[in-house]
Design a binder for this molecule. Structure first.
Ligand code: NAD
Length: 293
């Protein structure tokens, strides 16, 4: 059995999987692979699946399976699975880091000092304490963010049409969350319903000067509308880890918009999380091998 490790995983994984099959990271050997391990870089499209006639199991290390054509995989008898439980703390900590970096001017303070400037008076900070955080989506990651924000003294409210009760946030309809939040943090999946959920209309209904953090999915936000909202000051800052494509193309409107804080899709990339994902992957392949016997 050939196991193809297609994207970046914990360095110990090839050694741990060696007892279960032959392990390679050579993409040229896709046609021989029975198991493929991907994260977000590899797109497991219809064409990809059709070039892998021996493929039986695809494991996405991470949350969401929007980079797998699941209908086509099912048709071909290929099992597709992921490791949604592993990444919550890693992503929640990045959301908090971005939420703290904006009002504390971490980037401007550092960059200006490295240019020989001393902007002590100019860089007046604001606090998270007693501000309202609105979560869009209060699943695994949203809940971890809610707990951390509460420790900072924030009031946490959330819009999530599929959650009926919540012990870490006050649930509210979308319009209420948009109108009341000083900070918005996105934690819903990408779906037909959530695509461009923040657009010219909904951004116009936010509190003026809102700070928006996106560690969810880029396409939940209409980038062109966000760039305009940043230019007008309706949105004070947009801190994002996620992009329409990795990396964003040079004409991405956010690259030139004011007050954007950028991260190169590193939400899940902690050493601890890669190790947790590795443990789950080994377990899933072990189960797959046992089922075959
Ligand atoms: P989850 O499934 O536990 O939670 C998602 C929540 O979104 C659910 O409670 C669901 O009811 C809610 N939701 C669905 N449709 C909604 C809508 N229309 N409006 C509001 N809420 C809605 O998933 P999770 O583990 O918390 O992950 C959340 C998202 O984070 C993932 O789908 C993925 O897009 C993203 N993510 C990003 C990174 C990264 O590297 N930045 C890493 C992992 C996950």
């Amino acid at each position: 059995m050939l196991i193809l490790i297609s994207d970046a995983f914990d360095k110990s994984l090839p050694g741990r999987l060696a007892q279960l099959g032959e392990v390679t990271s050579d993409h040229q050997r896709l046609a021989e692979a029975e198991v493929v391990l991907i994260r977000s870089k590899t797109k497991c499209t219809k064409e990809y699946i059709d070039s892998a006639p021996k493929l039986r199991l695809v494991i996405r290390g991470g949350v969401g399976m929007d980079n797998i054509d699941r209908a086509h995989a099912k048709e071909k008898g290929i099992e597709a699975t992921n490791t949604p439980e592993a990444s919550s703390v890693a992503v929640a900590e990045l959301a908090m880091a971005l939420m703290l970096a904006v009002p504390n001017h971490i980037v401007a303070g550092h960059t200006s000092m490295s240019q020989g400037k001393w902007l002590k008076k100019e860089l007046e900070r604001t606090e998270l304490y007693r501000k309202t955080l609105g979560l869009l989506g209060v699943g695994r990651i949203g809940r971890e963010v809610a707990k951390r924000a509460a420790a900072f003294g924030m009031t946490v409210i959330a819009h999530d049409p599929y959650v009926k009760s919540c012990d870490v946030a006050e649930l509210a309809v979308l319009d209420q969350v948009l109108a009341r939040s000083d900070y918005l943090s996105l934690h819903m999946p990408l779906s037909d319903e959530t695509k461009s959920m923040l657009n010219a209309d909904t951004l116009g209904r936010t509190k003026k000067g809102v700070i928006i953090v996106n560690t969810g999915r880029a396409k939940c936000v209409d980038e062109a509308a966000m760039a305009k909202a940043l230019e007008s000051g309706q949105v004070r800052a947009y801190a994002t880890d996620v992009w329409y494509s990795d990396p964003p193309p040079p004409d991405c409107p956010l690259l030139k918009a004011p007050n954007v804080l950028m991260a190169p899709h590193i939400g899940a990339s902690t050493g601890e999380n890669l190790s947790r994902i590795g443990d789950i992957v080994v377990e899933k392949i072990r189960e797959y091998v046992a089922k075959k016997k």
